[in-house]
Design a protein around this ligand. Structure first.
Ligand SMILES: Cc1cc2nc3c(=O)[nH]c(=O)nc-3n(C[C@H](O)[C@H](O)[C@H](O)COP(=O)(O)OP(=O)(O)OC[C@H]3O[C@@H](n4cnc5c(N)ncnc54)[C@H](O)[C@@H]3O)c2cc1C
Length: 448
C-alpha cells in the first residue's frame, strides 16, 4: 500500500527538481501503485484542503511538475501498458507508462504511436497528455491531443470519472468546449484532474521513411525553403526542422554528422520523393552536394540523436551556472510559419540591443515554432535575458503567435500568459478551474 504520504527529507528531495532549473521541495510525497490509491491520496488531500501536484517523470521545462506546497503525487509506479487492440488501433495505458515503451510495443504490432516529444524516452504518458506534448512529426500527425481517445481521471474530490471522445461529426448541443471533455484534461498541466489511464489511437506504421539533412549558407534561404516545402504540391514532409549555426555547431560536436558550417533544415518524408526534395533545395540555394540522406530505422534514430543533442547540451550548459543564479532560459513561442524568419530576426535584434549572447535557435520551423535557448551565467544575465524574452513574446503575440507552443505555462511562463490571453479568456479558464477544483488544491501555481 503506498497511498501514504512520505515526509522523509531524502524522499522529498528526490522530487524537488525538474528540467526547469527551479527547485521546490514538497511537504510530502505520495507514490500510489493503483487507481484506488490515487483516489485515496486525493480524497484525503481534499478533506484536509492540502494541495496535490501530479507528476510523471518530471521532465517539465516550466516547473510544472514540482511544488513547495503540500503533496507531490508521483504517478511513476502506475506504469502498466494495459492492452493493445490491433484491429481497433488503440492502446490502453496507465499514466506512468513511458511514451517510448508504448511506441515500441505499438511498432511491434505494425502500428505507430504518433506523439514524439524529443523527451519521449523520459516522458510519461500522463505528463505528455497533461502538457499536450508535441514534436517534430506533429507537422503531419498533430500533437498528443489528436491521439487521446479517452481518459480516466481522478477529480479534485477523489472521485474517478471516464471521458471518451464522442466520435460525432456534427454536434450543436451547448457550448463547443463542453462537447469533448477529454480536451479539458489535455494540456491542463495537472490543474483540473489526475489522469490515471488513457486510451491512445494508433496509425499504420509507415513502410518507408527517409530523412534529409539539407545545408544552407544562411538563415533566410533555409527558412524560405521551409515555407516553400510546406506549400509545395510535390513534397509532403512529416517534419521540417531548422538548426541555426549555433545549433549545427553543437550537433557537430556531439555526433559529427552535420554540415561543416552554415545552417541546416532536416526533413522527413514517408515514401520516395528524393528528386522533388533536391529540386526544391536547389531552387532555394541549398548546398545540394552536401545533402545527407538517412534511410531506415537505424539511420533515422541517428538523426533523432543529433536533434536531441542540442537541448541536452544546452540543459547541461545551463546547470553549470546554477551556483551563480544562472540557468538555461528556453523560449517556446510560435508564429504562423510564414512569419518565422521575421520573428527570429526580430528576436536576434532584441538580443543584440541588450548586449546578450544570441540564443541557440532550432526546432519545428514547419510549425513556425523554434526553440531559442539562452544561457544565463549569473543573476544579472538572467534578468537581461528575461527582458529580451518578454519583448520577443510581445512582438510574437502581435504577429498572431503564442507564448508557449509545446511545453505549457507551468510556473515559469505564468507571467507571460496575459500577453496572449485577454481577461475574458482567462476568466473563462478560471471558471472551468473553479468548477472542477473548487478548493483549488490541484497543482497550485501552474498556469494561474
Ligand atoms: C531534453 C528535453 C526535451 C524535451 N522535448 C520536448 C518536446 O520535444 N516536446 C514537448 O512537448 N515537450 C518536451 N519536453 C518537455 C517534457 O519532457 C514533456 O512535456 C513531457 O511530455 C512531460 O512528461 P513528464 O512525464 O516528464 O511530465 P512531468 O514533467 O512530470 O509533468 C508535466 C506536467 O504534467 C502534469 N502531470 C504529469 N502527470 C500527470 C497526470 N498523470 N495527470 C495529470 N497531470 C499530470 C504535471 O503536474 C505537470 O504539470 C522536453 C523536456 C526535456 C527535458
Amino acid at each position: 500500500m503506498s497511498a501514504r504520504v512520505e515526509t522523509d527529507d531524502d524522499i522529498r528531495l528526490m522530487f524537488a527538481a525538474d528540467a526547469s532549473g527551479l527547485r521546490y521541495v514538497p511537504e510530502g510525497v505520495a507514490r500510489p501503485e493503483s487507481v484506488e490509491e490515487v483516489m485515496e491520496v486525493v480524497r484525503r488531500a481534499a478533506d484536509a484542503k492540502t494541495p496535490v501536484t501530479p507528476a510523471g517523470m518530471q521532465t517539465s521545462t516550466t516547473g510544472a511538475s514540482i511544488t513547495g506546497e503540500g503533496v507531490l503525487l508521483s504517478l511513476r509506479a502506475l506504469s502498466p501498458i494495459i492492452d493493445i487492440d490491433r484491429q481497433a488501433r488503440l492502446v490502453r495505458v496507465s499514466a506512468g507508462a513511458i511514451l517510448g515503451d508504448v511506441k515500441r510495443l505499438a511498432a511491434a504490432e505494425g502500428l505507430l504511436l504518433a506523439p514524439d516529444p524529443t523527451s519521449e524516452e523520459e516522458s510519461s504518458v500522463g505528463g505528455a497528455i497533461a502538457c499536450n506534448a508535441s514534436g517534430a512529426r506533429t507537422l503531419k500527425y498533430g500533437a498528443t491531443r489528436e491521439h487521446v481517445q479517452s481518459v480516466k481521471v481522478v477529480l479534485a474530490s477523489g472521485e474517478v470519472v471516464d471521458f471518451r471522445r464522442s466520435g460525432l461529426e456534427k454536434n450543436t448541443a451547448g457550448y463547443a468546449f463542453a462537447h469533448e471533455p477529454v480536451d479539458w484534461f489535455v494540456g491542463s498541466e495537472g490543474t483540473l484532474g489526475v489522469v490515471v489511464e488513457a486510451e491512445l489511437s494508433l496509425l499504420p506504421l509507415p513502410e518507408r521513411v527517409i530523412g534529409l539533412e539539407i545545408p544552407f549558407a544562411n538563415e533566410r534561404d533555409a527558412l524560405a525553403f521551409v515555407v516553400a516545402a510546406r506549400e509545395s504540391s510535390r513534397v509532403f514532409p512529416r517534419c521540417l526542422e531548422y538548426f541555426d549555426e549555433l545549433a549545427v555547431e553543437i550537433a557537430r560536436n556531439s555526433e559529427g554528422l552535420v554540415p561543416d558550417s552554415g545552417t541546416m533544415v532536416y526533413v522527413e518524408q514517408e515514401a520516395e520523393t528524393l528528386d522533388a526534395w533536391l529540386a526544391l533545395s536547389e531552387q532555394h540555394n541549398a548546398q545540394v552536394d552536401d545533402v545527407r540522406v538517412f534511410d531506415g530505422e537505424q539511420a533515422l534514430a541517428t538523426a533523432r540523436r543529433i536533434r536531441h543533442a542540442v537541448p541536452a547540451t544546452m540543459n547541461e550548459r545551463g546547470s553549470g551556472h546554477r551556483h551563480a543564479g544562472g540557468r538555461k532560459v528556453s523560449t517556446d513561442w510560435a508564429v504562423p510559419y510564414r512569419r518565422l524568419h521575421e520573428a527570429i530576426t526580430m528576436s536576434r535584434e532584441l538580443a543584440r540591443q541588450a548586449g546578450i549572447a544570441q540564443a541557440v535557435t532550432y526546432g519545428h520551423a514547419g510549425n513556425g515554432h523554434p526553440h531559442q535557448n539562452y544561457i544565463a551565467r549569473n543573476v544579472e544575465e538572467l534578468e537581461a535575458i528575461e527582458r529580451v524574452v518578454e519583448e520577443t513574446l510581445r512582438s510574437v503575440v502581435a504577429m498572431g503567435g503564442t507564448v508557449s507552443a509545446e511545453h505549457g505555462i507551468g510556473k515559469l511562463k505564468r507571467r507571460w500568459l496575459p500577453l496572449q490571453l485577454s481577461p475574458i479568456e482567462l476568466g473563462v479558464m478560471r471558471s472551468v478551474k473553479r468548477e472542477l477544483d473548487p478548493l483549488g488544491i490541484l497543482a497550485p501555481g501552474n498556469i494561474f
